[in-house]
Design a protein. Structure first.
Length: 684
């Protein structure tokens, strides 16, 4: 299911920790590696090696833990955190208007007319105002007890303090209790005490800040178009709010310097604007249900189109307490379940027997949908809230949608029959594609002539099947014994494959290793590549955990990215992560993936002991049971997915050409420019 491209793609999204992105040309981060602690008197790991980070220091040391990185997307996450606080005031019915202002000096301001952050002395910190505590102390705020906010997007009390920590300058202005108050900060530290500026009839809060170049790099600035879209999307999510947009004309570009966002029908207004005159199977189904006793509310808008939605066949964009959840979660599961069960129930009512083939995915496979929930104490995966995991959200959404959807279907049989026929046709197409694919895969298997090389799996369907590309016949032998024959195939390679980035097309076509690999995959390269032809769901590169193994993996990644980029973009390429060391003591065995992990295990698990440490020279040295336990068993292994970061294809092409291409002078220049970082990693 693809996300909507034009309005929501710029909302902050953190990369998955176990899915390394094929890197664009990244700038070196401004933060330097912390100095190593002085050695203890024994020259060992002692108390003086323990570093204590206080206040907002952890945020500045490891910004990625709080905002997902230091790239452009993470930079705009700062805006999302401040805007979420203003939206929480609006959702709580304390604010009606929010103003977003971007000036030419790079300062961004968000102002609301809510209650204003409290400014009186904090009970636990009587020498500080509540405002200063909120701005400088992690895990402080008014969203823990539920007294100040029934539902909110901020949960951990780290949002605005993180913005403060990562800002070169931040100015907090509060209108409350008949006065205007103000306090200034720099890089998380107050520049003075809270000031009472004078009487005022206004109410609300204004946060004006400029991101820190030391964190995000010199010259990094907010993009007006991105901020504009983010502000507009928030106005769609809560129909009671008005958001004013103001941007200095000199930096506005194609973005209007002034705009007002107010959408009385919420998500339905957006869906209508998005569809325009586009053909749809039915009119849009939309509505909002609020369960006041449970402090839960659901708003939705959905329609179906045979022509798709721009570059996407379908999309579901979901939110929780106005926070985007790009990875979906339980609220999306409830939405799918309500539509699927409702349509099947209607099929039973009219005697349509083919409805038995329908799945929840069939129901939304050609749908454009927006789902927004408001619930108490939601649970997210990660600080950046990419995926909702609250079980009550699924029940809330499913129960809220089911009755309205049943009524919507039965009140117009012509509309319901059109939708049912359309969805059943999509399901039949899916089954036909699956059958054709299984036949094609079985045919391709019969045609393969790779004795002694490809050890294929027994199942015919691509779904769930895995191909391990391993380094050498020795590793291939261990992998064949360690695999699950039902769905895991093994293809050994002879050492380093051809570097396709520096070879001619003719030489690449004549290479036997690459030809065998393409034949095993069941695909062709270049413009003739079709993702549906791929005979395996996952392609896993499994090489030794050393420099040579990393080089072979780099050559294979280069080959896949150059020959079949659609496969990489679809997330079908993975790296296995075999261990480099085996550490044993008194019947206890641990595996370390690298030297740093080994040192960590020695200092924690085996502290004070003298364990036996064995270093694997390669996968071939591991017996099958070890290889299965550490690298191949889906229940215990760790895989790293190779992804292409959207919008960075040009930078990736340039990086591949620099590091793997025909011009050695480009590699030489890259090494010179990054020598300091290499030396740092090597502790030179």
């Amino acid at each position: 299911m693809s996300a909507l491209p034009d309005l929501f793609d710029d909302l902050p999204e953190a990369p998955k920790p176990t899915e390394p992105v094929l890197p664009p040309a990244e700038k070196p981060q401004a933060l330097s590696r912390p100095e190593p602690a002085a050695a203890s008197s024994t020259g060992d790991y002692g108390a003086d090696a323990i570093e204590v980070l206080e206040g907002l220091e952890p945020v500045r040391k490891r910004p990625g833990m709080y905002i997902g990185g230091t790239d452009e997307r993470a930079l705009h996450h700062l805006f999302a955190e401040v805007l979420d606080n203003a939206m929480d005031e609006a959702v709580a019915r304390h604010a009606k208007s929010i103003t977003v202002e971007l000036d030419r000096d790079g300062f961004l301001a968000v102002t609301d007319d809510g209650r204003g952050i409290p400014v009186d002395p904090h009970p636990r910190h009587p020498d500080k105002s509540a405002l200063e505590v909120v701005m400088t102390v992690l895990h402080s705020g008014g969203k823990f007890s539920g007294k100040a906010y029934e539902t909110s997007g901020g949960l951990h009390g780290v949002g605005v303090s993180v913005v403060n920590a990562l800002s070169e300058h931040l100015e907090a202005t509060v209108w409350r209790d008949g006065f205007e108050h103000q306090q200034r900060f720099s890089r998380g530290l107050p520049l003075g005490r809270l000031e009472k500026l004078g009487p005022s009839r206004r109410k609300g809060t204004r946060i004006r800040f400029k991101p820190d170049d030391q964190i995000f790099g010199t010259g990094t600035a907010f993009k007006s178009a991105r901020l504009y879209r983010m502000a507009r999307s928030k106005a769609y999510l809560f129909r009671g709010v008005t958001i004013e947009w103001r941007c200095d004309p000199e930096i506005a570009g194609d973005t209007p310097p002034k705009a007002t966002f107010h959408f009385p029908n919420g998500l339905a207004d957006y869906l209508a604007e998005r569809i325009g005159e586009q053909e749809t199977v039915t009119p849009a189904f939309f509505g909002r249900i609020e369960r006041k006793g449970d402090a839960g509310a659901v708003e939705w808008a959905v329609t179906w189109s045979p022509a798709g939605f721009g570059d996407h066949d379908s999309f579901i964009q979901s939110y929780c307490n106005t926070v985007p959840t790009p990875d979906g979660g339980t609220h999306e599961a409830g939405f799918r379940a309500a539509l699927s069960k409702g349509l099947k129930a209607y099929a039973d009512l009219v005697g349509e027997k083919r409805a038995g083939i329908l799945t929840a995915e069939d129901t939304v496979s050609a749908a454009g949908a927006l789902v927004s929930v408001f619930i108490k104490n939601p649970e997210f995966q990660g600080q950046t809230k990419d995926r909702l995991s609250s079980s009550e959200a699924q029940r809330l959404v499913e129960n809220a949608l089911r009755d309205p959807f049943d009524h919507w279907l039965t009140e117009s049989p012509a509309r319901a029959n059109a939708l049912l026929a359309f969805v059943i046709d999509r399901a039949e197409e899916r089954l036909k594609r699956r059958k054709d694919k299984e036949v094609a895969r079985a045919s391709a298997t019969k045609k393969l002539r790779l004795p002694g090389k490809l050890a294929d799996c027994t199942q015919n369907a691509a779904q769930g099947a895995e191909l391990f590309i391993v380094e050498g016949d020795s590793a291939g032998g261990s992998a064949k014994q360690a695999r699950d024959r039902a769905n895991q195939a093994i293809l050994p390679l002879r050492g380093k494959i051809l570097n396709v980035a520096s070879a001619t097309d003719e030489k690449a076509r004549q290479n036997q290793e690459l030809s065998d690999l393409m034949l095993a995959l069941g695909v062709q390269s270049g413009s003739r590549f079709r993702l549906d032809d791929l005979r395996y769901e996952r392609i896993i590169i499994m090489t030794d955990a050393d420099v040579d193994g990393a080089h072979i993996a780099s050559l294979l990644i280069t080959f896949f990215y150059r020959s079949m980029p659609e496969m990489v973009k679809a997330g079908r390429l993975f790296l296995a992560l075999p261990p480099l060391y085996r550490i044993s003591y008194s019947g206890k065995t641990e595996y370390a993936r690298d030297d740093a992990h080994k040192d960590e295990l020695l200092a924690t698990v085996f502290k004070g002991k003298k364990p036996e440490i064995g270093r694997f020279k390669g996968l071939g040295e591991m017996n099958p049971s070890q290889l299965k336990e550490t690298t191949m068993d889906p229940k215990r292994r760790t895989l790293a997915r190779v992804l292409v970061e959207p919008g960075h294809e040009g930078q990736i092409d340039e990086r591949v050409e620099t590091l793997m291409g025909k011009k050695p002078e480009l590699r030489f220049r890259f090494i010179q420019e990054h020598a300091a970082f290499a030396a740092e990693d090597l502790d030179v």
